[in-house]
Design a protein around this ligand. Structure first.
Ligand code: NAD
Length: 490
């Protein structure tokens, strides 16, 4: 598209206090379709001034009685209505996710959109169930009635990445609103469209103005202004470990609450007694789905030496048969990666892996696509724990494969990274599964399944994969503060 041609989609604005507004600077960000590398629309680029207005609006909405003092049942009904509206607009949301992020539209329709709706529906139920406890004090001979209140934390800065733009926004906005908080959401500058559409649906559902504000913008400007703002009570962040550490450091000055969902280098372990008909496609899809751009992707495959050759052959077969192409094509299983920067980063890692001594046994190219940001499903066999491709998050469809001799060695290899987000275990022995579940340093261990994500199941990381948990009861608790009340009786 030439500069003179109009955008294919209308330019989008910021959502502040229920109104759509240009940024104070009038600056914009161009959005690029990863399938062809062309600019298809623009969004406002928020500055410090816009972020300040958004935080003020969220504060005002929090201090008014309209949201946090709303009857919990009524707040739940509004969140349930958001879930319905997401479902009613599923096709549009899946299309936006496809052109913005590159992921296949049919997979966004099957995974991302229902996941967002489910999160709002699940959190709607929590509105009426958040409660404190009564406490039996030992006291000094007097009688006391003591109890805790669970109160909303306040204004939440929710910052999300580009790999699951709508689902990640829902994971933060839904529990925060259910708890009675108000939110300033900053989507990734690369993929802001579904978050902005969510903002429209939240208003359409009848949630009061100012409860959800959305600032699109760059991390260094809008993101930085948000995490530094004195009137933000909590930062809920999902993204890279490097930015997560920066946020934790900068929150120290005023002790903002922080939850961090960060990177991963999750192992898939296949034991000799595994059902290989399930384990091979499971291991393959746990790294190739969404072009490997999943924080808990099974990017390291650890295979028992007795079945190493048969497993690697099987995964090569899967890698070769996955259709790669434009995500708008319903047959596509592997869409483009999100950006040219990301494509180059992945290709660099594939070269590094080979230089380090791993063997390229599948992929490594663009699948014959000259335009757009495509990377084939790629397998690097005989990777060693010292290799960078075994230790560092690539965030692309690149699998590093290593063999082990026994369970003890498998656990050692699996835990031998600075990350600890997920782990997949394939074995038909239930004792083996439990032993791995107990020994692996990971926030979630899946056995004989993969990618089961549910709003009822807390998700988060050990070690440098993060702090805190999202969704589930643990997830909503992170948007509340506990207050103890002690009353002398008589
Ligand atoms: P990123 O850290 O570059 O950016 C994430 C978000 O932070 C974006 O909105 C970005 O604009 C913003 N940001 C960047 N610098 C900032 C700053 N100084 N202050 C405030 N905000 C700032 O990550 P990404 O490239 O968008 O996403 C990929 C990363 O996200 C991967 O490492 C992946 O593992 C991780 N991720 C983790 C989870 C999880 O649940 N653990 C889920 C999805 C993605």
């Amino acid at each position: 598209m030439s500069a003179a041609e109009p955008d294919q989609y209308p330019t989008r604005k910021l959502l502040i206090g229920g109104q759509w507004a240009d940024s104070a600077s009038r600056e914009q960000i161009a959005l690029i379709n990863p399938a062809n590398g062309e600019v298809f629309t623009h969004v406002a680029s928020a500055s410090e001034v816009d972020v300040d207005l958004a935080v003020k609006s969220a504060r005002q909405a929090f201090e008014s009685i309209s949201w946090r003092r709303m009857r919990p049942l009524d707040r739940g009904k509004l969140l349930e209505r958001v879930a319905q509206l997401i479902e009613e607009n599923a096709d549009e949301l899946a299309t936006l996710e496809c052109i913005d992020n590159g992921k296949p539209k049919h997979l966004a329709a099957a995974v991302d959109v229902p996941s967002a709706a489910d999160t709002f529906r699940y959190m709607a139920g929590w509105c009426t169930k958040l409660s404190g406890k009564t406490l039996p004090l030992s006291g000094d001979g007097s009688h006391y009635h003591a109890y805790t209140l669970r109160q909303p934390l306040g204004v939440i800065a929710a910052i999300v990445p580009w790999n699951y733009p709508l689902a990640m926004a829902a994971w933060k906005v839904a529990p925060a609103l259910a708890a009675g908080c108000t939110v300033v959401l900053k989507p990734s500058e690369i993929t802001p469209l579904t978050a902005l559409r969510l903002g429209e649906l939240v208003l359409e559902a009848g949630i009061p103005e100012g409860v959800l504000n959305i600032v699109t913008g760059y991390g260094q400007t809008a993101g930085q202004a948000l995490i530094s703002h004195w009137d933000v009570d909590k930062i809920a962040f999902t993204g890279s470990t490097a930015v997560g550490k920066h946020i934790l450091r900068s929150s120290a000055d005023d002790l903002k609450r922080v939850s961090l969902e960060l990177g991963g280098k999750s192992p898939t372990i296949i034991m000799p007694d595994a059902d290989l008909e399930q384990a091979i496609p499971g291991a393959a899809m746990s790294i190739f789905f969404n072009s490997g751009q999943i924080c808990f992707a099974g990017s390291r495959l650890l295979v028992h030496r007795d079945i190493y050759d048969v497993v690697v052959e099987g995964i090569i077969e899967v890698a070769k048969t996955l259709p790669i192409g434009d995500g708008m094509n319903p047959d596509t299983m592997i869409g483009p990666v999100v950006s040219d920067v990301q494509r180059k980063r992945i290709m660099d890692y594939i070269a590094i892996g080979q230089e380090e001594g791993a063997e390229l046994v599948a992929g490594g190219g663009s699948g014959g696509n000259d335009q757009g940001y495509y990377v084939e499903p790629t397998i690097l066999a005989n990777a060693s724990p010292g290799h960078r491709v075994f230790q560092e998050e690539i965030f692309g469809p690149v699998l590093a494969v290593t063999q082990f001799s026994d369970m003890e060695e498998a656990v050692t290899l699996a835990n031998q990274t600075r990350y600890g987000l997920g782990a997949n275990v394939w074995s038909q022995n239930v004792n083996t599964c439990h032993q791995f579940a107990d020994s692996l340093n990971a926030g979630t261990v899946w056995t004989n399944c993969y990618f089961v994500i549910d709003p009822a199941m807390p998700f988060g990381g050990f070690k440098e994969s993060g702090i805190g948990r999202e969704v589930g009861e643990d997830g909503i608790a992170m948007y509340t503060e506990s207050k103890s009340v002690c009353m002398k009786i008589g």
